[in-house]
Design a protein around this ligand. Structure first.
Ligand code: GLP
Length: 273
């Protein structure tokens, strides 16, 4: 696992966006062979999306031949609700780039048959040739997508009931009223994320410090579902200093030394300026 410790949220966002942009550009996607990108929601990726939009508008990067699959969606929340993940993605990302509407995939949390919707989603990912790069955030309890603590580490796309912890964390988007937060969501599974050829996780702020510690320093454990990424052959975690405060000094020093020697911050931060 590659761990990049950036100085703050802005640097993390620019690093991650340029990393994603380079992957897409190097892939050289075409209509017949598009790049398949997994997308998260939440506050963590907002800066990354803003920077990708800038690169698109500057003409550095096109999304014409990019196909996306979002990680999750609330159950029972109308698509047009401002806090649905459909609204989030169009407001913060898709409306500002040259992506084709038919290339965007987001789970339908209002489908009549939710199980069938999840099965169909997995089939669509497979038909697209699998995900090339899954971007993600983590919850304060280390969950990835909506794979709450205790989720199977081999799980596929399915319905999950949210924990009180997640409902409390997400009620900031629902007038700080826990009763307004949907209690269930459709989410890709840990296994679905693990199938991606590459995974890029964003982890910032002091509230994520415990999650980062469990994700990279403790063993693989279904109570911290993002820790499964330790088993992924190509996982990158990009965090900020604030999220790194619970790491052991030896872990912190190792990754900082490594990035100094390899020049890994400059490698991406200064691209496309
Ligand atoms: C939700 C989403 C996750 C996201 C997490 C963290 O639970 N389902 O995909 O990673 O929130 O959100 P934030 O980035 O706002 O802290």
């Amino acid at each position: 696992m590659r761990v990049i410790i950036t100085k703050d949220y802005d640097q993390m966002s620019v690093w991650a966006a340029n990393y994603v942009a380079k992957r897409i550009l190097d892939f050289n996607p075409t209509e017949e062979h598009p790049f398949v990108l997994g997308c998260p929601t939440g506050s963590s990726p907002l800066g990354l999306y803003r920077h990708l939009v800038k690169l698109n508008q500057k003409g550095v990067l096109s999304f014409k031949n990019v196909v996306t699959f979002n990680m999750d969606e609330y159950v029972g929340l109308p698509v047009e609700h401002p806090e649905s993940y459909h609204s989030f993605m169009w407001t913060n990302f898709f409306s500002h780039i040259d992506i084709k509407k038919e290339n965007v995939h987001i789970l339908d949390g209002n489908a009549k048959d939710l199980m069938a919707e999840c099965k169909h989603y997995e089939e669509m990912i497979a038909a697209a040739g699998g995900v090339d790069l899954f971007m993600g955030g983590v919850g304060p309890d280390g969950h990835i997508a909506f794979n709450e603590p205790g989720s199977s580490l081999a799980s596929r796309t399915r319905i999950k009931t949210l924990t009180t912890n997640t409902i409390q964390a997400n009620c900031r988007f629902f007038d700080n009223d826990e009763t307004k937060v949907p209690k269930q969501a459709l989410t890709v599974g840990v296994g679905t994320v693990m199938d991606a050829r590459e995974v890029l996780i964003l982890c910032n702020g002091p509230k994520k410090a415990r999650a980062l510690h469990h994700m990279i320093e403790n063993g693989v454990n279904h109570m911290w579902t993002s820790s499964m990424l330790q088993m992924h052959p190509h996982a990158v975690v990009v965090c900020d200093e604030e999220a790194s405060v619970e790491l052991k000094m030896s872990t912190y020093d190792y990754f900082k030394d490594k990035q100094r020697i390899e020049g890994s911050i400059e490698e991406y931060v200064n691209l496309y300026k």
